[in-house]
Unconditional design. Structure first.
Length: 270
């Protein structure tokens, strides 16, 4: 792990705040950190006071990393006020959805090294899934720093090409919503069979939480193997899977859903 000597975080909303907490918990010294946010949430203000990092960087500061976590529609407004913090030695790390490295280069012309990342919302509890792509000017040290920062909130891996970011967005960026939709559907199915709604929802949530824990505790086991372990030939689970794995079943439906998300990600990225 290589932490940056200095870092400015621009934007401290839900995802920026999740990253900030992950960095501090992981070992980034508060003395190396500064935050830029025009209206920081109360909890961020309290965290800044408790940890001792500033909410306004020193003018003229040239951080080793400039991390961008603003909303996509706010980039044009934010860039002019923080552009001066970046120079040719600065690594710009962006988690801004839909903004390509080329978009960042045009707004931060003095910087050379750029990393574009796509995390997801479980980063807020340290269980995020993040993929990133770096441009050719990013040095091995800068890639190691980016990996340290992005793995502080969960699973992380590099992509061989930036063009795969849209696929990651469709799979894991939007993925938590698919799981939540599954919980809703499972609970509704239970209610249709006569279970009280509160009980059906509690059990549906418990099923997903428990299945996720099994995946965590047996990381080397393929999901298909775990599925087979639950499925007795001719039993109730097998009857349900015959529907889920049949024509127009879960695999086809998920493929269509992820493809739709991928198409929309490309449209938003321009």
């Amino acid at each position: 792990m290589i932490w940056p000597r200095s870092l400015i975080l621009v934007g401290c909303g839900k995802m920026g705040g999740a990253l900030l907490r992950g960095w501090l918990a992981g070992g980034l010294p508060a003395s190396a950190l500064a935050v830029v946010d025009p209206a920081p949430a109360v909890d961020i203000v309290e965290l800044a006071k408790a940890k001792g990092f500033p909410l306004s960087p020193t003018p003229g500061m040239k951080p080793e990393v400039l991390a961008l976590a603003v909303k996509p529609q706010m980039l044009d407004a934010a860039a002019p006020s923080v552009r001066a913090f970046a120079n040719e030695e600065t690594l710009v790390v962006s988690i801004i959805a839909g903004k390509k490295i080329a978009d960042l280069q045009s707004r931060f012309p003095m910087a050379r090294a750029f990393v574009r990342a796509m995390p997801n919302t479980p980063a807020a509890v340290g269980r995020g899934v993040t993929a990133a792509a770096a441009n050719a000017a990013t040095s091995p040290r800068q890639k190691a720093i980016a990996a340290t920062l992005l793995s502080a909130v969960g699973l992380f891996d590099w992509l061989p090409d930036e063009s795969l970011i849209d696929a990651v967005t469709a799979l894991s960026g939007s993925g938590p919503a698919y799981v939540f939709a599954l919980v809703e559907a499972l609970a509704e199915a239970g209610v249709a069979l006569g279970l009280p709604p509160a009980l059906a929802m509690r059990f549906a949530r418990g099923v997903v939480e428990g299945a996720g824990e099994l995946l965590t505790r047996e990381p080397g086991a393929p999901a298909a193997e775990l599925r087979r372990n639950v499925t007795s030939p001719g039993g109730t689970t097998a009857a349900a899977l015959a529907v889920l794995q049949g024509q127009d079943g879960l695999a086809d439906l998920m493929a269509k859903a992820v493809a739709a998300a991928h198409k929309r990600a490309g449209e938003l990225a321009g």
